[in-house]
Write a protein that binds this ligand. Structure first.
Ligand code: PGA
Length: 252
């Protein structure tokens, strides 16, 4: 049995004060739900405050990115070592990083290795663009992102994969549960051929892209979908709690 997981990606939203308020607003509701991993990913500058607030609860904190070097002359970057005391998870290879900040499969691969070496749990994002999808290249792209991202990384069930079709992110046009379920089954198959089927069965794979409290059930009813990476809807405490609640209930 894979333990379900819901992660909230706040992206470049919330000042420190707003992050504190949002965390306090969602914490009681999140704490009350069990048998599910709950992760919130605020901006870097709020990690310290947010991690203090959730301390001693089962709610975990994640970062949204990091550089792969431990320290040094890399102006503006944040290292795995710096994150280690502040969070448990780190989102890597998000499509916005790939699209706007030039992250390639090789860079994502370096980051995944660095996160694992430091003991951070990576949420490894993959997903095809609209053009790739329309050209019928979805599986080819996903297989390339999985094998490229995991190059020289040995089988590891601690990696969480997030399948986020780029055309579904922030657009209000989510995939259907059936579409996402079949694609995630394919990703699990790719993990089985990259590593082995036992590990592939243990790795959690999330869906992401316009997930709301109105459509989450459709995704988590799919046997291959273990939860969601939620953007916009994770910025509203009641919506995020409801997404977690429905997932926990349906994955019982
Ligand atoms: P969205 O973002 O839920 O706002 O579509 C998801 C993500 O980018 O992780």
């Amino acid at each position: 049995m894979r333990r379900p997981l819901i992660a909230g990606n706040w992206k470049m939203n919330t000042t420190v004060d707003e992050a504190v308020i949002l965390t306090r607003d969602m914490l009681p509701g999140l704490k009350a739900i069990s048998n599910i991993d709950r992760v919130i990913c605020p901006p870097f500058i709020s990690l310290q405050r947010v991690s203090e607030i959730v301390k001693d609860t089962a709610v975990a904190v994640g970062a949204q990115n990091m550089y792969f070097k431990e320290k040094g002359a890399f102006t503006g970057e944040i290292s795995p070592l710096m994150l280690k005391s502040l969070c448990k998870y780190v989102i890597l290879g998000h499509s916005e990083r790939r699209q706007f900040f030039g992250e390639t499969d090789d860079i994502v691969n370096e980051k995944l290795k660095a996160a694992l070496a430091t003991g951070l749990l990576p949420i490894f994002c993959i997903g095809e663009s609209l053009q790739e999808n329309e050209a019928g290249k979805t599986r080819e792209i996903l297989a390339r992102q999985v094998t490229g991202g995991l190059k020289a990384i040995s089988a590891n069930k601690d990696i969480v994969v997030a399948y986020e079709p780029v055309w579904a992110i922030g657009t209000g046009k989510a995939a259907t549960g059936d579409q996402a379920g079949r694609t995630i089954e394919f990703i699990r198959g790719t993990l089985a051929s990259t590593w082995n089927s036992e590990i592939a069965q243990s790795v959690r794979i999330l869906y992401g892209g316009s997930v709301t409290d109105a459509n989450i059930a459709e995704f988590v009813r799919e046997p291959h979908i273990d939860g969601a990476l939620v953007g916009g809807a994770s910025l509203k405490a009641s919506d995020f709690i409801e997404i977690v609640r429905q997932t926990a209930a349906l994955k019982q």
